[in-house]
Every structure is written in C-alpha cells, then in structure tokens.
Design a protein around this ligand. Structure first.
Ligand SMILES: C[S@@+](CC[C@H](N)C(=O)[O-])C[C@H]1O[C@@H](n2cnc3c(N)ncnc32)[C@H](O)[C@@H]1O
Length: 293
C-alpha cells in the first residue's frame, strides 16, 4: 500500500516552496500521517534530521516501516503539543510543518466513527489509548457544553433542537453509533430535501465532535506557543488548516506572539483549481507561513 492509496498530501508543492528545505535543515513534521509530505522533506535534508510526530499508532507504525531505511528520521508517537518535551535538549528546529485535521485513512477506513456516511461506533479518538470518546461526550455533556461545542467547533449557530434531541434520546438509551447521531440530526433540522444542506450539517456536527474529542484547539495553541521556544531564529513554520475556526486560532495566536513570529505571506495560500479537481480534500485548505524572529 502506498501513501497515495491512503492519503494524498495537500498543497505539497506550495509547502515545499514555502519551507524551502536545505540539506542541513532540522525539520519537524507534527502531523506525519502517512508520510506524504515527509517523504519529500526527508529527501531534501540528507545532512539534517526530521522529527515526525503522530498521535495515531496506525500512522506511526506505517511510517516506521515506510522510512525504515532512512537514518535521519525519528518517528515519534506523541501529540505535537509535546514538542518541548520530545525534541532533544539543545536541538533547534529550522523548518516545521503542521497539516491539521485527519487523514483520508482515518475518515474512510479507521472504523472509529469519523464519517457520517458509515455506521460505526462513535469513538473519534486519534489516539485510542486515552481520553473520552465521541459517544462518552454525547451521553454525559450538559446541554450548555453540547451547545458550546456545536457552536464553537462547528459554527452551528442553530443547535437548540439538536441538543434537545440528544438529551431526549439519551434518557431512553445511550447514543453509540454514527447512524444514531445522523438520525438525530435529521430530526433536528429542516433540510427541505436539500442534500447539500444535509451533508454540510452532518459534516459540521461530526467535525465539532472530533475537535472536542481530540482537544484539537487546546493542543494547537499550546503547540504554537511551545514550538517557538524550540525553533532557530529565521526558522519557518508552515500550518495547513482546513476550516475557519482552525485558521482563526492560528491567525490570532500568531498575532498575540508579535515579536516572536512574523507572517511570511500576507494572504493565505490556497489550492489551485487543478489540485481541487484531482483531490477535493484540498478545497478548504489554507496555508500560512510564519517566520521565527
Ligand atoms: C492530514 S493528516 C497528515 C497527512 C500527512 N501530511 C501526509 O501527507 O500523509 C493529519 C495527521 O495528524 C495527526 N494528528 C492530528 N492531531 C495531532 C496531534 N495533536 N498530535 C499529533 N498528531 C496529530 C492525525 O493522526 C493524522 O494522522
């Protein structure tokens, strides 16, 4: 199985141009996935080193095998927010990449309930060794917590009916599967037979749950703050985000860190029409390049 059978790297050329890897670069890929970006980064720094992180054991096992002949890579099973602990003392990173969100493998084949189009148990943990599942959250959160989650992480301003239906359902029986949640979404919104509205709402509800389960925003903010302490001056950080909340968080955190980081590109870089035609996952992608001062 090759990387491209599982996950096609997004904005690959733009990331490579933005990072402009040199042969001695000390690189961190915080979201190794199936090594699509990293195989190019690794080739470009034969005299340097690449630290590749992923919190998903499946991705880590895949990359350990894929890169077993390369001497200048460390594959690390950890959250990228642990950067300050996991990068050896004294090492200064010159190039850093985060390709946020989940891989096509996690969505389509991991059987952890990430997709609203497959009937699976609602787990959604990228690291299945710890933390609460999506099902735990649906069955235990207060109405306010559920509403905040859908609003903050799914931009779902109208979530009252959904929250009420979740509470009503779980009083009868626990919510365990993705299709049980889809039924509640169908009951809660009037889609007027518009399939696109139905698909979009399901995607946003599932996105909100995934972000909550994996505490994605907390880890992203901590990462940006901590990686600054481990980067060399003039080092470049590239962050690829896939929805407005994620991009907003990156933009605001960088702004708060004025004097530490500086934007390289004024406007976010987006996928070309050609890339979007061949890989629809690239459509919402936004690339920000940031320089360490
Ligand atoms: C979009 S995929 C990366 C794909 C990769 N760039 C490639 O080309 O194959 C995102 C990956 O990041 C991992 N991930 C998400 N959040 C993480 C975190 N906080 N720490 C470490 N890995 C994370 C996911 O498990 C997933 O494998």
């Amino acid at each position: 199985m090759t990387n491209n059978d599982i996950h096609v790297p997004v904005l690959l050329q733009e990331v490579l141009e933005g990072l402009d890897i040199q042969e001695n670069d000390i690189v961190m890929d915080g979201t190794l996935g199936f090594g699509g970006h990293s195989s190019q980064l690794l080739t470009a720094c034969p005299k340097g080193h690449l630290y590749g992180f992923d919190k998903d054991r499946v991705a880590v096992d895949f990359c350990e095998e894929k890169f077993k002949d390369a001497k200048h890579i460390s594959v690390i099973h950890a959250n990228y927010s642990e950067v300050a602990d996991k990068i050896p003392e004294g090492v200064l990173l010159t190039k850093v990449l985060l390709d946020l969100g989940f891989s096509s493998f996690q969505l389509d084949d991991s059987e952890r309930g990430f997709s609203h189009q497959e009937d699976q148990d609602l787990d959604m943990r990228m690291d299945v060794s710890k933390g609460q599942t999506a099902s735990d959250i649906l069955n235990t959160y207060t109405p306010q917590q559920l509403s905040d989650m859908f609003y903050n992480f799914g931009d779902l301003t109208h979530n009252k009916n959904l929250v009420e239906n979740i509470l009503f359902e779980r009083r009868k029986q626990k919510i365990f599967t993705s299709f049980e949640l889809v039924e509640l979404i169908k009951k809660s919104y009037n889609f007027q037979s518009k399939r696109s509205a139905y698909m979009k709402t399901c995607a946003l509800v599932f996105q909100a749950l995934r972000i909550e389960v994996n505490e994605e925003f907390e880890h992203l903010k901590k990462f940006i703050e901590d990686v600054a302490t481990r980067m060399a001056p003039e080092g470049v950080l590239a962050i690829l985000s896939f929805h407005s909340g994620e991009d907003r968080l990156v933009k605001h955190t960088i702004r708060e860190m004025k004097g530490v980081f500086k934007k390289v590109n004024k406007h976010v870089i987006k996928a070309t029409q050609e890339e979007i035609r061949s890989n629809s996952r690239s459509k919402p992608a936004k690339l920000r390049l940031i320089r360490k001062l």
